[in-house]
Design a protein around this ligand. Sequence first.
Ligand SMILES: [Zn+2]
Length: 98
Amino acid sequence: MAQFRIGQGTDFHRLVVGRELWLGGVQVPHTMGLLGHSDADVLLHAICDAILGAAALGDIGVHFPDTSADFKNIDSKVLLKKKRRISCRKRVSNSKYR
Ligand SMILES: [Zn+2]
């Protein structure tokens, strides 16, 4: 029988004037955008948290803290790619995930 893991993710950012609105990696034309250290893409952040949760690797804040200048205004698609690599390494290095 195949083994699988399930993760859940949620995310919230405040809607403010003067920011671009990004949802699922797509810029949405709007007069307001989501406030955050990165591009504040709530959909991609929730997907990242779901992947990390399924791999028991914490959440997005653990891997990409909002105190790091490295992630200031970063495209969340980049974070999602990095998360995928992190979770794949975990799967390969831990036999219980095989
Ligand atoms: Zn977020």
